[in-house]
Design a protein around this ligand. Sequence first.
Ligand code: HEM
Length: 475
Amino acid sequence: MAHKMTTIHKLPPGPKGLPFLGNLRELQNDRLNFLTRNRDLYGDVVHFRIGPRRIYQLNNPEYVQYVLVKHPEQFQKTPALKRAAQDSIGQGLLTSDGELHKRQRRLVQPAFHHKRIAAYADTMVGYTDDMLKGWETGEQVGILNEMMHLTMRIVGKTLFDTDVYDDADSIGAAISVGIEATADRVSRPLQLLDKLPTATNRKRKEALRVIEQTISRFIDERRASGEDKGDLMSMLLMAVDEQDGGQMTNKQVRDEAMTLFIAGHETTANALAWTFYLLGQHPEIERHLAEEIRYTLDGRLPTLGDLPKLPYLEMVIKESMRLYPPAWTTSREAQVDIELGGYTIPKGSIIMTVMYVLHHDPRFWEEPERFMPERFSAINEPNIPKYAYFPFGGGPRVCVGNQFAMMEAQLVLATILQRYQLLLVEGQTIKPLPLITLRPKPDIQMRIGERNPLIPNPHRLSSQAQSADSPHSNR
Ligand code: HEM
């Protein structure tokens, strides 16, 4: 007997919410547990509400691939993200859509060509080496703070040819405030509150002013010199789109520069901080890694050419980003009705693909909570299901800086670990704080231990001879 085909509008299962707020409170109180519990209780497609917004959480790697890779044209970045970004990163790569996004990506992508980023390796190592001049054995450091300073300096120099050493503290503080306030906005159901002169909004405005001043300085200095330094800033100012012959407007350059400055250091700093945390908890893995580094480098600073000889280093970073993905979730708005897993997701719904949840799913990872870099060995890595691991996203909007970030993380770690062993200060309770990025809270305190007394540390000798008011010795 022939059946008439009808579309099934079946609502996927999910947690019941309160009448107006929906599941807002649960999400805000403990995002990671709420989303993990959704996966465990309701399966691959979960429905819940934040205020009036209908959210569909996708927990199957094939569905992630559908959204990010196979049918990206059916989705856009969410209105909540765009609204929250309006006065900060505006319509930069991260937050734009459609033709504008395609054009900007064409203009920015060449700055991240592997040949070009190869030239950044010396800056990455040089600035790390410079940071170590301010470190003393026995001293305690907040490792996220150190990594934020370092990655901010690296992105400032490599992409904008400016040293932000003196401004790093104020910009760093402003970015923290900006991120907290922006995350609050993205998940808030009522837009009304955005414009009120509340304490949070005032702090956010002030934070943005500090960051924007720095970006404007980058732009003004370059415009004034008129010089083509061959870096990203010159590319942004001079780029002419091959297909439409257009150039970027001032506002576009500012949005793009702001996007790259923030996206280009916050995530990598978190990846590094979590890696040190995990290494501090696993001395046997730390030792193995230190031996690989020592065997390969034998006391000299690393170069880009050394990275293929440090496979364990890459495995450690990948595994660290599995457990603590710096970009822990990403969302889209469906532009058409979508059929997935036997459900129809109506046009206008919000889709969440949550790296953190997929990276910890026991269906794809044996002992998912365990730190095991071997998962990413040449033999094991090909067995990981596609999109069960996606720290850099995927498809046409995959992170434009992923190679930059991987190279940076490897070079920074190799430079530090060759010289020092970082030990976790006892008695700390560190939690992952999922805002826009996944930050450790509070900052992880680590004690600087000598790696090996047999390898003399030239900086310790020279730093002892330095005057006390050296800019590098006042931490
Ligand atoms: C460990 C470090 C990093 C991680 C985990 C990371 C993660 C991501 C993810 C998941 C996306 C996709 C977001 C989505 O699909 O909604 C993304 C996009 C992006 N990332 Fe990264 N990122 C990192 C480092 C960087 C660096 C170093 C830069 C620049 C120097 C950068 C610039 C960008 C930009 C501009 C986009 C938007 C791309 C587009 O939509 O076309 N990221 N990143």
